[in-house]
Design a protein around this ligand. Structure first.
Ligand SMILES: Nc1nc2c(ncn2[C@@H]2O[C@H](COP(=O)(O)OP(=O)(O)OP(=O)(O)O)[C@@H](O)[C@H]2O)c(=O)[nH]1
Ligand SMILES: [Mg+2]
Length: 284
């Protein structure tokens, strides 16, 4: 980007444009984790980036994540977001992250049962405001978390069925739902117990993300180019509206200058006439 253009942009404009330009070049795919507070988003992301000590994305039993955090791992950029129900302004942060995202992991804890009102509201908001809600569903994996906490497998299946119906009711289309246990996976790896790893279903989720990344690689590049084009059009619109304001300002200044110069000419003429009269009186 030329220095001349940069001079007219805000820091955040420049950051957004450079982020998108880099993403188009590098081809990394952004995976964003969202969902209610305390449903296991950060623990899941740590698991996916193989940080089994949960040091990268902070985790806790209380509301923990309050800002969006991004970590690059292999071909993906993983983004953690604050819980949907935490604070009102958090919802906007989540929505912004989803707008910038390529693949979403909507995390929902199995023991909560079906989606609660807050989650349904968020999904309805997406359905209402998204240009292409079908595309959101195609790029989203609904992750049923903490299946180690479920009493039995039937409870997990029941919850999945209810969630599936709710998604169809909102979006009129079926979605991918994957049940997992990040804890079981982490323990399985630590204790070298293959059965725990396989029952955690994390590998299945990784495969899904990998497959989606492959399938969406070209459309994602196209989406990013579209986003970049939209950003440029916005800037051009902003520049031309600024330009109109400047032109208005210039014509105002010119008018004042003209009025002043007219008044000055009149004043000079008046003084000139007075002098002429005085000279003729004294016979000069
Ligand atoms: N049993 C069990 N507990 C889990 C699992 N995943 C996460 N937890 C626990 O759930 C709690 C919340 O996990 P976080 O990963 O911090 O949840 P979060 O959704 O990021 O929470 P916020 O950042 O506050 O929105 C922590 O105590 C985790 O240890 C799991 O698979 N099984
Ligand atoms: Mg968190």
């Amino acid at each position: 980007m030329s220095e001349l253009i940069k001079k007219h942009l805000t820091k955040s404009d420049i950051a957004s444009i450079e982020r998108l330009q880099e993403a188009i070049k590098a081809g990394t795919i952004t995976v964003t984790c969202l969902g209610l507070c305390n449903h296991g988003k950060s623990t899941l992301l740590n698991t996916l980036i193989k940080d089994l000590n949960n040091k990268t994305f902070k985790t806790a039993d209380v509301r923990e994540t309050s800002v969006n955090k991004t970590i690059e791992f292999e071909r993906n950029k993983f983004v953690d977001t604050p819980g949907l129900n935490a604070k009102i302004h958090d919802d906007k942060r989540v929505m912004d992250a989803v707008k910038d995202s390529d693949i979403n992991l909507f995390v929902h804890t199995v023991t909560t049962g079906e989606f609660v009102e807050k989650e349904v509201d968020f999904l309805k908001k997406i359905k209402k405001h998204w240009k292409n809600p079908q595309e959101f569903i195609e790029r989203t994996v609904f992750v049923v978390s903490r299946i180690d906490k479920a009493d039995n497998e039937k409870d997990v299946l029941d919850t999945i069925e209810k969630m599936s119906k709710q998604i169809i009711e909102i979006f009129n289309t079926a979605a991918t739902i994957v049940p997992v246990s990040a804890k079981r996976y982490q323990e399985g790896v630590r204790k070298n117990k293959g059965i725990m790893v396989s029952k955690s279903n994390i590998e299945e989720l990784e495969e899904r993300i990998g497959r989606l990344s492959d399938e969406l690689s070209d459309p994602i590049k196209e989406t990013r180019k579209k986003r970049l084009r939209a950003m440029y059009s916005n800037l051009i619109r902003r520049f031309s509206s600024n330009m109109q304001e400047y032109q208005l300002e210039i014509s105002k200044v010119k008018r004042v200058e003209k009025d002043y110069s007219n008044a000055l000419s009149k004043e000079i003429l008046k003084t000139d006439n007075t002098l002429k009269r005085m000279y003729s009186k004294i016979g000069a």
